[in-house]
Design a protein around this ligand. Structure first.
Ligand code: IPM
Ligand code: MG
Length: 372
């Protein structure tokens, strides 16, 4: 029996809907394993701006600091996207949270599920067997460098700065991950042009000596973007800086068949944060069509981080079960779709009582379960 504090930040758009399903899954895990998860919900993003004027209210930041883990839905609202001059934006909340919590490594696993191969816009034969993880640096580079306008108002700049320390700490995590996987690490950079990339290469090359079992290769980001869709199976662990990682991880998400399937973890020195890689998808808000699986798989990563591997494995098993039995939201099953809530119910129900192997989909549809 463990007792953990989990701060939930549902955010904007479909964030609250997918978080509701993830919370249901956490409750099912707690019931099944007799754990106590103390869940509390806090504002961040556009909803926080609307309520307080601040995308990351102090109360939210304090709750995250005091928690054992943070679960985030999604943030963002079109009313800010269409106004590039807005002084306060939902994204600032997330960027500040990453910085305040020191979340320097963003970990994004990408797996092409066999049952969903046909849903990828890419040829199934190309993507079958894809199993890679992106280690994206999250608190440096262009995102956090000095930015501004030139004195004459005719130009603008964003500085890309990296220190050896910033490179080393995430590179260690990526090497360790590779050592536990297929022992292959690819550093993605633009060392033919950028000085920061040359520093990345220098540091990674030096660290490689400490991990002799890991094979390391180096790829320019433009080539990496092409290789990801040409031959994604060649990758095991991809290590890269902030902006390249942002772009490549969205590109890699199409390999899985749906963006709605991909979880992520952001880790640092202290509390870690878990979130789906998709955005707030405002057009889908309230329509019950959002895929909750990315958030539910983020819960699996959260449980693993809390050193609850059996619990995490059960969540993954339940997700596999849903995928195999066609319990899918409309982007993956346009003919016979299930709603966000039905997918969540199915997975939570399976976790709460997976000894009951005889699945009756009707149970899910009518929500028959002790916890639902
Ligand atoms: C992501 C998102 C964020 C980023 C935005 C919302 C600031 O795209 O987590 O990938 O660029 O890091
Ligand atoms: Mg992104």
């Amino acid at each position: 029996m463990v007792s953990k504090k989990i701060a939930v930040l549902p955010g904007d758009g479909i964030g609250p809907e997918v978080c509701r399903q993830a919370v249901k899954v956490l409750k099912a895990v707690a019931e099944r394993f007799d754990h106590h998860f103390h869940l509390s919900s806090h504002l961040m993003g556009a909803c926080a701006i609307d309520a307080t004027g601040n995308p990351l209210p102090d109360e939210t930041l304090e709750a995250c600091r005091a928690a054992d883990a943070v679960l985030l839905g999604a943030i963002g609202d079109p009313k800010y996207d269409h106004d590039p001059t807005a002084a306060v934006r939902p994204e600032q909340g997330l960027l500040r949270l990453r910085q305040e919590l020191g979340l320097f490594a963003n970990i994004r696993p990408v797996v092409a599920y066999d049952v969903l191969l046909a849903h990828s816009p890419l040829q199934p034969a190309r993507i079958q067997g894809t199993d890679l993880v992106i280690y994206r640096e999250l608190t440096g580079g262009l995102y956090f460098g000095d930015k501004g306008r030139t004195a004459d108002g005719q130009g603008a700049y964003d500085h890309c700065v990296y220190s050896r320390h910033e490179i080393r700490r995430i590179a260690h995590l990526a090497f360790q991950a590779a050592a536990g996987r297929r022992r292959h690490l690819t550093l993605v950079d633009k060392a033919n042009v950028l000085e920061t990339s040359r520093l990345w290469r220098e540091e990674v090359r030096a660290l490689a000596a400490q991990y002799p079992e890991v094979e390391v290769d180096y790829l320019y980001v433009d080539n990496a973007a092409m290789q990801l869709v040409l031959n994604p199976r060649q990758f095991d662990v991809i290590l890269t800086e902030n902006m390249f990682g942002d772009i490549l991880s969205d590109e890699a998400s199409v390999l899985a068949g749906s963006m709605g399937l991909l979880p992520s973890a952001s880790v640092g020195a202290g509390v870690a944060l878990f979130e789906p890689i998709h955005g707030s998808y405002p057009q889908a808000r309230g329509r019950g069509i959002a895929n909750p699986i990315a958030t539910i798989l983020s819960v699996a990563m959260l449980l693993e981080h809390l050193e609850l591997p059996a619990e995490a494995a059960l969540v993954r098993e339940a997700v596999d079960e849903a995928l195999h039995n066609g319990i899918l939201t409309p982007e993956l099953s346009p003919i016979a779709p299930y709603s966000t809530e039905e997918v969540g119910n199915y997975i939570a129900f399976w976790i709460a009582d997976s000894n009951e192997k005889q699945w009756n989909k009707n149970n899910v549809e009518i929500g028959v379960s002790t916890i639902i």
